[in-house]
Design a protein around this ligand. Structure first.
Ligand SMILES: Nc1ncnc2c1ncn2[C@@H]1O[C@H](COP(=O)(O)OP(=O)(O)O)[C@@H](O)[C@H]1O
Ligand SMILES: [Mg+2]
Length: 246
């Protein structure tokens, strides 16, 4: 059974066909990367998977369950998490506060003022562990707007992983990072539990080929090829798109 499956997914915005008839299956534990030029429909596809926008056609399922009509928060509760192409932190809150909010959203007493002390202690403990694991303890009490862009992206990633999702969607996690930060964030992704299924949009081919078990190429709203790194490298249309684009 696939962890995540899209069958004939399409989307149009007004008259614009942003996605046409996309079908792909990601087996549990696979690292799948989507590449393609700007405007190819990659982020729109993520928005369909997570329920940010409704599909215009097609079906989406998570571990065999049809989630096409489920709202985004229910998909998240089923174990689907994402990061955004642009950082999604509360800028005035500290890194720790952002993390506590993300963790709290996964508990039944979310946003309650009357949480038990024990529940709060567990949340703080989990937050401390995560900060330490990802070596972000040093910025725990900094407001999100005061840390570097590269650190913000790392915190975004930590938040998406904080609830231990079954399927993690990463939208260009390396965008705008320095070479050293790219190494660090790739390391974070490599270190994720192997059973976690990861679907990632990546602009940089080297990063994509390094992380991917399998790759899909999107172009003008269509999925033009799926294959392993060698198959993608050798594909004439992929070469044309990338050489043509640069
Ligand atoms: N909310 C929206 N409303 C209207 N058009 C959109 C919206 N989101 C994306 N599009 C259009 O869909 C196409 C694909 O965009 P996008 O999915 O962001 O591409 P990518 O992530 O591959 O760069 C583009 O033509 C874009 O302008
Ligand atoms: Mg995008």
């Amino acid at each position: 059974m696939s962890a995540l499956s899209a069958q004939g997914v399409s989307k149009n915005f007004g008259g614009v066909q942003a996605l046409s008839d996309i079908s792909l299956d990601v087996p549990e534990g696979q690292r799948r990367v989507i590449i393609g030029p700007n405007g190819a429909g990659k982020t729109t596809f993520f928005n369909m998977l997570t329920g940010t926008f409704p599909v215009s056609g097609g079906r989406i399922s998570l571990f065999g369950q049809d989630i096409t009509q489920l709202p985004a928060n229910e998909r998240a509760n089923l174990g689907l998490a994402r990061t955004f192409q642009i950082t999604n932190l509360f800028s005035r809150l500290t890194v720790m506060e952002n993390l506590l909010l993300a963790l709290q959203a996964g508990t039944s007493g979310a946003y309650s003022l009357f949480r038990s002390m024990r529940a709060n202690t567990a949340l703080f403990q989990r937050a401390d562990e995560l900060l330490e694991h990802w070596q972000l303890t040093g910025i725990a009490s900094s407001p999100a707007r005061e840390i570097s862009y590269g650190q913000q992206r790392q915190v975004d990633l930590m938040l998406a992983m904080s609830r231990n999702p079954k399927v993690l969607l990463l939208d260009e996690p390396m965008a705008g990072l320095s070479a050293a930060e790219v190494v660090r964030v790739s390391g974070m992704i490599h270190e994720l539990p192997r059973e976690m299924t990861i679907l990632m949009i990546e602009h940089d081919m080297d990063v994509a080929f390094d992380l991917a078990d399998r790759i899909n190429v999107f172009h003008q709203g269509q999925m033009i090829v799926e294959g392993n790194a060698d198959e993608i490298r050798a594909h004439p249309q992929v070469n044309e798109i990338y050489l043509g684009a640069d």
